[in-house]
Design a protein around this ligand. Structure first.
Ligand code: SF4
Length: 213
């Protein structure tokens, strides 16, 4: 069984440039033009797939990362120190703040790492986070994610990757087999150009459905 990225040469030590502008990724976009975070700039963070993920992930064997040989994946040792510095610098640069998409690949790998993001949200009132996690809602890391989603509900939206409808303040991202109440990601159907022009994931509570990759 695979337990790490197929592309070990693409692993990088965290130094500078960990947060990539959304303009490097056609799907993300850079300047947010819709919704409550309009005006902020979108960045993303990529960690190593599988090493940072729960083995229960439905895409363990057909991970999105298997088709991304050239993506830089950052190693996690001391990543908080480097991220802290970089976020402070981006906050100086973008007066309306930034949004960070967690994680293009990889996942929340520890409770302390979730706490790190909580600390960043506390320190930077113009920082916002959005993304998806394969962590289970009822295990320690998932519970901590739920807590920061609720504590910072206006600035932190991490959806659990599950085929479920919104319930008890839990937000979900489903795969294409899901039949419950949902909307299909409009970027995948060509209705919007990018997340920056869409904003639905951090605006609506309804489950977002992704078509298979
Ligand atoms: S629904 Fe919108 S915000 Fe969510 S992933 Fe699709 S394009 Fe991005």
């Amino acid at each position: 069984m695979k337990t790490q990225s197929r592309y070990q040469k693409s692993l990088k030590d965290p130094k500078t440039g960990l947060l990539k502008p959304g303009s490097n990724n056609k799907k993300l976009g850079f300047r947010i033009t819709r919704g409550k975070w309009a005006g902020k700039k979108l960045y993303s963070l990529t960690l190593e797939e599988r090493t940072t993920c729960p083995e229960s992930c439905h895409h363990w064997d057909d991970c999105y990362g298997d088709n991304m040989p050239f993506a830089h994946r950052y190693k996690t040792a001391n990543i908080d120190l480097f991220l802290e510095r970089e976020i402070a610098s981006l906050m100086q640069k973008h007066k309306d703040g930034i949004v960070i998409r967690l994680h293009v690949l990889g996942d929340f790998f520890s409770v302390d790492y979730v706490r790190f993001w909580e600390e960043m949200l506390l320190t930077h009132p113009k920082l916002a986070l959005f993304g998806y996690t394969a962590r289970e809602e009822d295990k320690h890391i998932g519970q901590r994610i739920w807590l920061i989603n609720n504590r910072f509900s206006d600035r932190c939206v991490i959806r659990f990757s599950r085929n479920k409808e919104y319930a008890s303040d839990h937000l979900f991202a489903a795969d294409e087999s899901f039949q419950g109440e949902h909307f299909v990601c409009p970027e995948q159907t060509g209705k919007v150009k990018s997340c920056a022009a869409c904003a639905l994931c951090w605006t609506t509570q309804k489950t977002v459905k992704f078509l298979s990759h």
